[in-house]
Design a binder for this molecule. Structure first.
Ligand code: NAG
Ligand code: NAG
Ligand code: NAG
Ligand code: NAG
Ligand code: NAG
Ligand code: NAG
Ligand code: NAG
Ligand code: NAG
Ligand code: NAG
Ligand code: NAG
Ligand code: NAG
Ligand code: NAG
Length: 592
């Protein structure tokens, strides 16, 4: 008996191993076939690494499942590869995730990939794939996420896609898809995110259905006509509804928010909506962003939009609206204020008198426990955050960014030195820098602003601010001083010209935005850290002028964000230096 069990195990194990080996070698030949189809590998990611002398499971971008030692994940995103996809890739039969995001793969997607029946996630985003979206996607029974954005797919979405009942995320933005948004999409009842923006879709079927799970519906920058189907306003999980830049028209329903309890962003700008603004907008109580500009809305601005206590971004310009934005808007319910004291009234009073071209006008009305700051001017060009990161908008050149930062410097200089009592903003960051029609920047959000009554600093028991921008002594010890704002200013300055957030995932461990910029200055590699849109080509006649200007800006930014508060320069000096940098830049342009 014992013996037969031993035998059994021996035989079983042998078979099992052989079969694993055989199959892993299938995986290996599939990957080698892919390697053979790669025509360019500038970072040498695959060419040396994917070698038969090392086990497949150690190859870069490859992850094997521990249980059966077969390739489960192939993620070669951002490797900078060019080439085509071979049919052999369809032999990776245990593959669960396939990610090729942001390379330059081209050609068509081979039908053999339909054999990857375990696939849950595919991303072919940001490559050069062309032609129609293949209908074989429909035979991947477990697919949950499909990313095809940033390619050149044409035609309509194949109906077979709507047969995959497990789909939760569809991203087909930035292609050349056209026709109608298929009615069959209503079959995808598990859908959470649907991104079809930046295509040429024209029709929005009236019976698109109601998705209970849908959180993001992004259809901006298409050519959609007609009315928004009422069922859209019935999608009870929606958080973001983005319909910007289409040709949609008609009225918005009065009770638009009644069935959207979680909505945070309504983007209706640049369409042809008309009639009155929905009177029940106040029901969207979590609304952060409401963009209605460039439409044909008429009538008055309903007072009760003042009840939208979380609103951060409101744009109503270019309509036929009359009246003013109600006082209550942007009402800040204070962010647990401990001291409901007399001095608080004085602070409120003072803040309400602060006036500067580069500060958002604040009128505060204070009573014991509340501080209301209200925004009177609306800023059609949104925030610096929006300008930097919403791709379609980030065409800001060096001079425009310099002007914005000079405005910010003037605002802070005024707060710090232009008033009887120094005022510390405490929360400077790109989303608090708003731009008006003329691209003049205005610093906003005085929710946690502090007045320095006596002395150069004070200590707070509770620090609120934003990670990445807050000075170390403020974050760790609660020390509020003007130098803390100077630190944040330095970080925002770096961010504005590198287009990298201090919280970017590349900054881990020792590496921070500051360190990265400082290293680049030491090694004369500024070109590698600044936003690539800014510099142009090395042979351009103005390249050197731009490079020198950017180096000076980065040096200033580092002087502002020195780790130790005592080593930081003052806001006055920062503003003067920035002006000088701009003048030099202009002088050299004129000289070329
Ligand atoms: C391939 O890359 C992986 C991950 O970077 C690394 O661990 C491995 O040593 C590399 N192998 C070879 C042969 O270069
Ligand atoms: C795939 O690789 C990219 C780049 O290395 C990485 O950012 C991304 O998180 C990876 N995806 C997954 C699901 O691990
Ligand atoms: C893998 O796929 C290719 C093409 O689809 C096929 O010719 C080959 O026989 C398959 N099997 C193995 C074990 O490589
Ligand atoms: C794709 O990668 C390139 C560099 O290869 C980068 O410039 C670009 O921003 C990336 N695009 C996206 C959408 O990540
Ligand atoms: C959807 O799936 C059903 C059953 O699996 C099949 O009969 C039908 O042809 C599929 N529809 C499309 C459009 O692929
Ligand atoms: C959508 O679902 C209906 C009913 O379940 C089914 O008859 C139809 O074939 C499905 N359409 C697609 C394209 O899968
Ligand atoms: C979907 O694609 C858009 C680009 O069109 C991109 O900005 C967005 O981050 C993608 N969404 C996800 C969840 O990756
Ligand atoms: C919205 O949903 C309710 C029930 O939740 C339903 O009675 C109503 O007909 C729906 N309206 C539309 C336009 O889908
Ligand atoms: C706006 O409404 C007026 C009539 O009130 C109409 O003449 C005009 O064409 C509309 N404009 C747009 C862009 O729909
Ligand atoms: C909305 O605000 C008004 C004052 O503008 C107030 O009278 C009304 O009670 C508020 N409604 C709700 C539902 O909060
Ligand atoms: C003071 O607060 C109360 C509610 O706490 C509010 O009803 C009243 O309008 C406030 N007064 C002023 C002047 O804002
Ligand atoms: C700023 O707003 C003006 C007027 O609304 C517009 O012409 C301009 O294109 C906007 N600029 C940016 C960068 O969005």
């Amino acid at each position: 008996m014992e013996r037969s069990i031993t035998w059994f195990f021996l035989v079983y194990c042998c078979c099992c191993c052989c079969c694993c080996l055989a199959s892993l070698s299938t995986d290996q030949s599939a990957l080698l076939a892919l390697k053979a189809c790669i025509t360019s590998d500038p970072q040498n990611m695959i060419s040396t690494n994917w070698s038969t002398t090392t086990p497949v499971c150690n190859w870069v971008g490859v992850t094997c499942a521990a249980r059966h030692l077969r390739v489960a994940v192939l993620n070669i995103s951002y490797f900078g590869l060019a080439g085509t996809i071979p049919p052999e890739l369809g032999n990776l039969s245990f593959l669960v995730d396939l990610q090729l995001t942001n390379n330059s793969f081209s050609g068509t997607l081979p039908v053999e990939l339909a054999r990857l029946r375990r696939l849950k996630l595919v991303s072919f985003g940001y490559n050069n794939f062309k032609g129609e979206i293949p209908s074989w996607f429909g035979s991947l029974p477990k697919l949950a996420t499909i990313h095809l954005s940033g390619n050149q797919f044409t035609g309509s979405i194949p109906p077979a896609i709507f047969n995959i009942s497990t789909l939760q995320v569809i991203n087909m933005s930035k292609n050349k898809l056209s026709g109608s948004i298929p009615r069959a999409i209503r079959n995808l009842t598990m859908l959470k995110d649907l991104y079809l923006s930046y295509n040429n879709f024209e029709e929005f079927p009236t019976d698109i259905g109601t998705f209970d799970q849908l959180e993001i519906l992004d259809l901006q920058f298409n050519s959609l006509k007609g009315h928004v189907p009422l069922s859209v306003f019935n999608m009870s999980s929606l958080i973001t509804l983005s319909l910007s830049r289409n040709s949609l028209g008609g009225n918005l329903p009065d009770n638009i928010c009644q069935h959207l309890p979680f909505i945070q962003g309504l983007y209706f700008d640049e369409n042809q909506f008309d009639g009155a603004l929905p009177s029940q907008l106040w029901q969207c109580k979590w609304l952060l962003v409401l963009l209605l500009f460039r439409n044909n809305f008429s009538g008055t601005i309903p007072r009760n939009i003042g009840n939208l206590t979380h609103l951060q971004d409101l744009a109503l310009s270019d309509n036929k609206l009359t009246g003013t934005i109600p006082d209550e808007i942007g009402y800040l319910q204070n962010l647990k204020l401990e001291k409901a004291s007399k001095s608080f009234d004085i602070e409120c009073e003072m803040l309400s008198n602060v006036r500067h071209r580069n500060l958002i006008k604040i009128i505060s009305s204070c009573n014991q426990s509340q501080f209301k700051a209200l925004v009177l001017d609306y800023m059609p060009n949104g925030s610096l955050e929006r300008l930097l990161y919403y791709e379609e908008y980030c065409s800001l050149n060096i001079l425009e960014r310099l002007n914005i930062m000079i405005d910010v410097a003037s605002a802070l200089e005024y707060l710090h030195h232009g008033y009887s009592v120094p005022i510390v903003h405490c929360d400077l960051k790109p989303s608090n820098i708003l731009l008006d029609d003329d691209m003049v920047a205005h610093v906003a959000d005085f929710g946690i602003t502090k007045l320095l009554g006596g002395g150069d600093s004070m200590t707070e028991t509770m620090t609120l601010a934003t990670v990445g921008y807050m000075a170390p002594e403020y974050g760790m010890e609660g020390i509020v001083s003007r130098r803390g704002d100077v630190y944040s200013f330095g970080i925002v300055l770096m961010e504005s010209f590198t287009k990298k957030k201090p919280t970017d995932e590349m900054f881990v461990g020792e590496m921070s935005l500051k360190r990265w910029v400082a290293d680049s200055l030491l090694s004369d590699a500024i070109v590698r850290v600044v936003d690539a849109n800014l510099l142009g080509k090395e042979e351009d006649h103005d390249f050197l002028n731009k490079r020198d200007c950017l180096s000076s800006i980065m040096r200033l930014a580092l002087d502002c964000s020195a780790e130790s508060a005592n080593e930081r320069i003052s806001m006055q000096d920062a503003a003067i230096t920035l002006h000088k940098i701009k003048n030099n830049f202009l002088k050299n342009i004129a000289a070329v």
